[in-house]
Design a protein around this ligand. Structure first.
Ligand SMILES: *Cc1c(COP(=O)(O)O)cnc(C)c1O
Length: 356
C-alpha cells in the first residue's frame, strides 16, 4: 500500500504528566486511524487529534466482539533517541489474530511505518525516567451496523499511545500466584492464540477472585483436562526445574508472546538447558517436593519478567527460591531491559530506531 498518511495536527497540546504514571490512563495528543470497507479495502490512513469515536450503536464490535489488539512499547535511550523492540513481531501477530477473527489483514510494513510516523509526532510524550516507556496499543474494531452474525464489511484500525511508568517501582519484585482450577482461559480450536477482547473479558472473574485471596495473578491450566500449565495472567510462563528451564509448548491455546520468544532465544544463546514441552501441575508439585523447583516467572511486554515467589495449588503453598527473584529471571530481565533501552549491544537485531 503506497497511500500517503494524512496528518492533521491538534491545535492545543495536553500538559504532560509529571510524577508516577498509572498504567493506561493517559493518552497522547494524536492517534492513527485507517478505515476498511469491503469494496475499497484499507483506505484513508490518517494521524488526527486524539478524540472520542462516534459509532453506530448497532456496530458489530458492541454485540459480537469482532476485534483484536496488540501491545508493545517505545523506549528512550540515553542519547535521547526513541526505539522499538521487535515491532514487526507485533504486526505479524496482529494479522494472525485478524485471521482467526475473520478480520481483513493489514499491510504489516505499512502499519509499522504508520506507527513510526505517529511516534515521531509524539516523541515528546516518551517518558524519560528510569523504567518508563510509551505503551503502544494498535487495535481493529468491526464498525458495520448490523445485528446479523457475520464478519463485518467495515473496520477501523487505530493506534493510540500512552506513557507508562516503571512496572517495578522498587526493583523487580516476585508475585504470589494461585492455580485456577475452575475457570479456563482458552482451549485449542478456540481463540486463545489471538489477542482478542473476549479472552480478557472471560478471564476477569478468575482474576477478581484471586485478587480477593491476595494473589497477583492466576496460573491457567489447559481447558480440557485442567492438568497442564498454560499461562500466568496475561503472561507466558517459565519454570526452572533441576537446572532446566521449561515453558509450555505452543498448543493452539497459548498466546505466542514476543517476550516468550526472546527469552527462548536468550536461553539458547547462553547454553542454559531449555525445553519446550507440555508440563503438568502434578510434575511441578513433585519438583517442589523434591526441592527441584528452582524458579518460576512470567514473561510479557508490560512486566518483561515477573518472578513468582509463591504458587498456591489445592490449598498448598509452594515457596519458590525463598520468595526471591531467581538468577535466570534476573539475568533475563537485566538483559532484555538493557537491549530495550539501548544500554547494551543488540546481538539479535531486535531494535528498530524511530528517531535519531
Ligand atoms: C500479550 C499476551 C502475552 C505476552 O505477549 P508479549 O508479546 O510477550 O507481550 C502472553 N499471554 C497473553 C494471554 C497475552 O495476551
Amino acid at each position: 500500500m503506497a497511500e500517503t498518511i494524512n496528518v492533521q495536527l491538534s491545535e492545543g497540546k495536553k500538559t504532560k504528566p509529571t510524577g508516577d504514571l498509572d498504567f493506561g490512563t493517559i493518552f497522547t495528543d494524536h492517534m492513527f486511524m485507517m478505515d476498511y470497507n469491503v469494496n475499497k479495502g484499507w483506505h484513508d490512513p490518517k494521524i488526527i487529534p486524539y478524540e472520542p469515536l462516534s459509532l453506530d450503536p448497532a456496530a458489530i464490535i458492541f454485540h459480537y466482539g469482532q476485534t483484536i489488539f496488540e501491545g508493545l512499547k517505545a523506549y528512550i535511550t540515553d542519547d535521547g533517541s526513541v526505539q522499538l523492540f521487535r515491532p514487526e513481531k507485533n504486526f505479524e501477530r496482529l494479522n494472525r489474530s485478524s485471521e482467526r477473527m475473520s478480520i481483513p489483514k493489514l499491510d504489516e510494513g505499512f502499519a509499522l511505518e504508520a506507527l513510526k510516523k505517529l511516534i515521531n509526532i509524539e516523541k515528546d510524550w516518551v517518558p524519560t525516567q528510569e523504567g518508563t516507556s510509551l505503551y503502544i496499543r494498535p487495535f481493529i474494531i468491526a464498525t458495520q451496523p448490523y445485528l446479523g452474525v457475520a464478519p463485518s464489511t467495515d473496520y477501523k484500525f487505530m493506534i493510540i499511545l500512552s506513557p507508562v511508568g516503571s512496572y517495578y517501582k522498587e526493583g523487580i519484585n516476585p508475585i504470589k500466584i494461585a492455580v485456577e482450577n475452575e475457570y479456563v482461559r482458552a482451549v485449542a480450536g478456540g481463540t486463545g492464540e489471538a489477542k482478542t477482547a473476549g479472552n480478557y473479558a472471560s478471564s476477569l472473574i478468575a482474576e477478581e477472585l484471586m485478587t480477593e485471596g491476595g494473589y497477583a495473578q492466576v496460573l491457567w491450566l489447559d481447558g480440557v483436562e485442567k492438568k497442564y500449565v498454560e499461562e500466568v495472567g496475561s503472561m507466558n510462563v517459565f519454570f526452572k526445574i533441576n537446572g532446566e528451564v521449561i515453558t509450555p509448548k505452543l498448543n493452539g491455546s497459548i498466546l505466542q508472546g514476543v517476550t516468550r520468544d526472546s527469552v527462548i532465544q536468550l536461553l539458547k544463546h547462553w547454553d542454559i538447558p531449555f525445553n519446550e514441552k507440555q508440563i503438568s501441575m502434578a510434575e511441578i508439585a513433585t519438583a517442589h517436593e523434591n526441592g527441584e523447583l528452582e524458579e518460576a516467572f512470567g514473561t510479557g511486554t508490560a512486566a518483561v519478567i515477573s518472578p513468582v515467589g509463591q504458587l498456591t495449588w489445592n490449598n498448598k503453598d509452594f515457596i519458590i527460591n525463598n520468595g526471591d527473584t531467581g538468577q535466570v529471571a534476573k539475568r533475563l530481565y537485566d538483559t532484555l531491559t538493557s537491549i530495550q533501552y539501548g544500554k547494551t549491544d543488540d546481538p539479535f537485531n531486535w531494535i528498530q530506531k524511530v528517531t535519531e
